[in-house]
Design a protein around this ligand. Sequence first.
Ligand code: DGL
Length: 271
Amino acid sequence: MTMHKAAIGVFDSGIGGLTVASEIVRRLPNEDLIYLGDTARLPYGTKSAATVVRYADRAVELLLRYPVKLVVIACNTASAHALEPLRAASEMPILGVIGPGARAAAAATRGGPIAITGTEATIRSQAYQKALRALLPDATLHATPWPLLVPLAEEGWVDHAVSRLTVRTYLEPFVELGVDTLVLGCTHYPVFKPLIRQVLEEDFGGYPLALVDSAEAVTDELAALLDERDLHAPTRDGRRSFFCTDAPERFARVGTTFFEGEVAPVFPVDL
Ligand code: DGL
């Protein structure tokens, strides 16, 4: 098999990375995609850096057993802690979501303060803060984790009253700080974009806030890498396969909220 026909490997702790996979499939429909959600170990966002590195290492090792030509770490927590060690240990190109997310935020801001949210582990790592400071040394940054959105997303409660109240509670301090851009630094969060916009409209008088996530930006980077290395798949319908480490039926069911298209086939796998 030539490298052109090999798949793009995508990894997240659960279903959140499907928001990135969805954008990849939309923009690069000829590519085969192998997705791994480590649902048995989710959430990563509350774990220590050493544990996240160990989990991400196992996950990438599993993806590399399949014919893949590059790997996208579609998890901010794993990108924040494990991207550098993973890159150092592999010949395979590995893309993370923090750099692309920070570049998207730098392009979106109108010069006001920038809010960053994500899991506790991502915020604690300072990865977004460092990436943004490198791009915009004078920017004012405010970072706060929004941990409750991960279980709410995994529950599929994207427009539930509980999620609405949670989003409102999380947004309020950022609105008071006058931020103009919000980095959704967790791949579980983009499914709440419509709800966030609704809360800004109804509860905060149409407060203008640019919502940024990494899906488009990392897909731009991925497409550029495929160009640069001449690795695009031949013209055909790309195939998708999904692996998860626990509860495959649930993954397929809830995954449809995150992924445009059928989340099938889903294979259970042990890491
Ligand atoms: N989707 C993962 C991220 O982007 C986090 C979810 C988790 O805590 O496992 O950070």
